[in-house]
Design a protein around this ligand. Structure first.
Ligand code: OKP
Ligand code: ZN
Length: 344
């Protein structure tokens, strides 16, 4: 399987993140993508190719122009205002506060960040853009005939909304790839999100649409980030009714419960009958993950790959979370090798 990857992801390096009220070393760090690339080379999963550049218009099929403009101009505005550290929101925008578009950079950050887990740095825009190019290039490889491809994206994407960043995510790579797939002629695309965290951004982007099915197995939002979406009764609305499915599971579950939920979700995807499958591939359901609370083993990730390979869809894998750096490479290659019916 071809992997798309670029070292440009390193341009985004927030160094610290806010965790339980403290600034701690970032869990979402450049090493994450590098160890996965190293392991892909070591195992010989397949060729690693660089992404090609896609125009802003392709991103604007999912994100608002004003949000893209904000991300693209943020660092120049921030430094012009005299700041040198990471950008964080200083005010929360909720619907009863109105929906104005502030002119000052501090106001814009608050307008476009929905939590405190997506620090904005000097290189965030270039890295996020490269990450979207990685997902789009992987999608293009599959559209041109490959059975599958892996977009080794970083930063991740599934918490990014149409016009806001959050949860380490700035551009929604899986959503952008799904939209590109439709624009390339597909009628229906399914996004399967196996990351430990619910992909609230992806769900929200497609909630009222029938051309993209979104399904996720994740930590119950009553106890796990992102808290406000990911409940089982969220099934889509309007013409999107029936095309959103959530399988929240309690913290602590192991492979048994997890695969039972996955099988149910795969049945629903089969009924939907997508032209292509996009997998939001987070491997933070791993038992050793430092910020997540499921108990999947490295062998379970091979099984996940086999399971997905058996579905028969053209498949684009888009990397999302996974923070147990020592096992990250193995867990990702286990999925990819399992998909191709190989065992490493
Ligand atoms: C991104 B991805 C919980 C803090 C949560 C943000 C987590 C973002 C996960 N104590 N921090 O889905 O892996
Ligand atoms: Zn996650």
């Amino acid at each position: 399987m071809i992997t798309v990857f670029t070292a440009d992801h390193r341009l985004h390096d927030s160094k610290v993140e806010l965790f339980a009220g403290k600034l701690v070393p970032s869990f979402e760090k450049p090493e994450r993508a590098d160890v996965v690339a190293d392991r892909i080379r070591a195992v010989g999963v397949g060729e690693i190719v660089p992404p090609r550049d896609f125009p802003l218009d392709v991103l604007a099929r999912v994100h608002s122009r004003s949000y893209l403009e904000f991300l693209g101009t943020f660092w120049a505005q921030w430094t012009a205002a005299g700041y040198a550290h990471n950008g964080y929101p200083t005010c929360e925008r909720t619907w009863w506060m109105g929906d104005r578009a502030p002119g000052c950079v501090e106001g814009q950050v608050s307008r476009h960040c929905h939590d405190f887990a997506a620090p904005l740095t000097s290189g965030t825009w270039r890295a996020a853009r490269a990450s979207a190019n990685v997902a789009l290039s992987a999608q293009e490889i599959v559209r041109k005939g490959a059975r599958a491809a892996f977009g080794l994206c970083r930063p991740p994407g599934h918490h990014a909304y149409i016009d806001s960043c959050g949860g380490y995510c700035y551009l929604n790579n899986a959503a952008i790839a799904a939209q590109a797939c439709l624009d390339d002629g597909a009628a229906r695309v399914a996004i399967l999100d196996v990351d430990f965290h619910h992909g609230n951004g992806t769900q929200a982007i497609f909630y009222r649409r029938s051309d993209v099915f979104y399904g996720s197995v994740h930590g119950h939002p009553d106890q796990c980030y992102p808290y406000f979406l990911g409940y089982a009764d969220e099934r889509g609305s309007g013409s999107g009714e029936g095309f959103n499915r959530n399988y929240p599971l309690r913290p602590g579950v192991d492979g048994r419960a997890w695969f039972a939920a996955l099988e149910e979700l795969l049945k629903e995807i089969r009924q939907y009958g997508p032209d292509e499958l996009i997998v939001s591939l987070g491997v933070d359901a791993f038992e050793g993950d430092p910020i997540s609370r499921f108990r999947l083993s490295s062998t379970d990730f091979s099984r996940l790959g086999e399971c997905l390979g058996a579905q028969g869809y053209r498949t684009v894998f888009v990397f999302e979370g996974g923070y147990a750096v020592d096992a990250l490479g193995t867990n990702v290659t286990n999925v990819l090798e399992g998909f191709e019916g190989r065992h490493s």
